[in-house]
Design a protein around this ligand. Sequence first.
Ligand SMILES: *Cc1c(COP(=O)(O)O)cnc(C)c1O
Length: 388
Amino acid sequence: MNQNFETLAVRKQTERSQFLEHSTPLYLTSSFVFEDAEEMRASFAEEKERNLYSRFSNPNTTEFVDKIVAMEGAESGYAFATGMSAVFSTFAALLNSGDHIVSCRSVFGSTHSLFTKFLPKWNIKTSYFKITELEKIESLIQPNSKILYAETPTNPAVDILDLEALGIIAKKHNLLLVIDNCFATPYLQNPIKYGADLVIHSATKLIDGQGRVLGGITVGKSNLIREIYLFSRNTGPAMSPFNAWILSKSLETLSVRVEKHCENALKVAQFLEKHPKVNTVKYPFLKSHPQYEIAKKQMRLGGNVVAFEIKNGLTAGRNFLNEIKMCSLSANLGDTRTIVTHPASTTHGKLSVEDRLEVGITDGLVRCSIGLENVEDIINDLNQALNN
Ligand SMILES: *Cc1c(COP(=O)(O)O)cnc(C)c1O
């Protein structure tokens, strides 16, 4: 029987133990035992699918992976200690020296460092396209191009890339389409529907949703996940069973949490749009968003991140942060607590002004990850900080 998202989230569970517990227990064990020599041999030879050692698999990580696989409509997956280990291991497992990546210019900061500082050590180079120039992608493709990589919505400017268009280009040129779906979560957007071969999440953000643990996952086609699994089982970036247990619990409430995050975010965006100290607001489900139609097509709701541009640039942006009373100044996002950041003076402070502007980071840009406080209280805090 095909179950719906919310049902899968709560009902997809590891088989009950002898104690018939209702809620999945925590399996804090590094290894598993065998009945006899033959079972041990068959298990190591992979003739039998079972848990051997928690670097390879564990009941808690398997439950977490199975849920995300079902939610994304994927074939299989592997869970990692962090979102970045998912990103790195995916590239490391699938690329050879001399291969080439075509990527969207605005990607998560550490992914950008991977492209510019680390992958080049193995002679893997990356070419970039801007979100507004999908038509340029084809001119960037080389005979050695292997992966087309993108994030949508993007961080921190909340731009939207057309997944359907990316899927068509990837298919035409025989590239693997890899999408970092972190900002949308599996509840809001499923890139596999549009032709993605692999979908990556940082589970640290909305999937955990409570700012407690780090985690990451890659899901997608079985043959690719097999390569990623073999790389990872030997190199050791596995998610801990404890984190998997927490994250699997978090998934049970993902849909209701994300609905509320998005409802609050839309109200905040609508409030900011009318505020005299604000130049522009970017939120995917505001009609004024440049890619509103695409967002409506591929996302269930607009997400929890709102970006806005304060009048008078850098000083006004920094003053705004200093006047904030309730919301947190923090680098995380997707928490129950609303978080505000000023990318130009913090996360993207090392970039040149030109590089910043290329990815939409103006001096007055503020990024808000809208939480689950009462929305009136969030708005009141932002309002008093803007007016001070
Ligand atoms: C946070 C984040 C990551 C990295 O995840 P970690 O769990 O912090 O390693 C990757 N991609 C995006 C879009 C993110 O927001």
